[in-house]
Design a protein. Structure first.
Length: 302
């Protein structure tokens, strides 16, 4: 499917990066940006997007940082809810369910959606394949989309649907890679977090804010970093310019199968560790000027 009009505001798209390679299949895609709101669109958008998600994509994707990440995200959610009443949560694109388990253990009544729900269901979690499979009339105090909105075919229609499922005083939490951040600007079409075609859309602070406002929500708070995402955005993007096989460091630290020999694998790990350490000041600088590698927003009805 190919579109030349913005999914959110309907304005015309302009070509930004004519050639962006999928690191998994090595197929070529392009990124077009909206001239009005700045939302990036991966083109063409494959009809069968599931083809681009191998089994290795689901489960264990975040490696040894998964528990830390879940706790940090739970702190973000809990800070938006000061009262002690029973709370319900929907996590859209819940992956292996690590975050949902942390929320459940913290007293939340939870459910999730995931295109490949088997791993999360094996932990006893209530996970559906799509939002449409949720019970009719289901309402939630909190709805989260942790790096899932950029994967969805129609982000505006999804947020409209989810906004209608929020309880009074409910909140929606969205995290996406920041396509307007410093690392995105430095690496351009080689930025690790473009991840075409799995990332169908590429949000800046302006385009995400425009989407939120267009469906009757208002941003309550916003932050500009998720540490692991930001560090890897710098280190792996730089390595992709230096090494022959893309995403080798990411594969190594998340336990993926090696695609290179032992020497190259060891060199990738060593360089990745050095570049990650060197990236710490860049992460801090990006966060301070509100141009980090990640956007995290909490929004409620106006």
């Amino acid at each position: 499917m190919t579109t030349r009009a913005c999914n959110v505001c309907g304005a015309a798209l302009k070509e930004r990066f004519p050639h962006v390679s999928d690191p998994e299949t090595h197929e070529d895609f392009a990124i077009y940006c909206c001239g009005a709101c700045g939302l990036g669109h991966t083109l063409p958008q494959p009809d069968d997007i599931g083809h681009y998600y191998g089994e290795a994509y689901h489960g264990g994707r975040h490696g040894f940082t998964a528990i830390y990440r879940a706790r940090r995200r739970l702190n973000v959610v809990n800070s938006a809810f000061s009262n002690g009443k029973e709370k319900s949560m929907l996590d859209v694109g819940c992956g292996d369910g690590t975050f949902l388990l942390a929320a459940q253990n913290d007293g939340w009544t939870i459910c999730g959606t995931e295109m490949n729900p088997g791993i999360a269901r094996s932990s006893g979690l209530d996970v559906r394949e799509t939002i449409d499979q949720l019970p009719c009339g289901a309402m939630f105090d909190c709805i989260t989309l942790w790096h899932s909105l950029e994967h969805l075919r129609d982000p505006r229609a999804t947020i409209v649907q989810l906004a209608g499922m929020l309880e009074i005083d409910g909140a929606i939490v969205i995290a996406v890679p920041d396509a307007g951040g410093l690392q995105a600007r430095v690496f351009g079409p080689n930025w690790f977090h473009l991840d075409v075609p799995r990332h169908l859309y590429h949000f800046t602070a302006g385009s995400l804010g425009n989407l939120i406002q267009s469906v009757g929500l208002a941003v309550e708070r916003q932050s500009y970093m998720e540490l692991e995402y930001d560090l890897l955005g710098w280190s792996q993007s730089a390595l992709n310019l230096l090494m022959p096989i893309p995403n080798g460091f990411f594969r190594a630290i998340t336990g993926r199968a090696r695609q290179v020999g032992k020497v190259t694998h060891g060199l990738t790990l060593g360089l990745g560790a050095v570049l990650t350490a060197v990236a710490l000041p860049a992460v801090a600088a990006g966060t301070l000027v509100h141009r980090g590698g990640t956007l995290v927003i909490v929004a409620r009805r106006k």
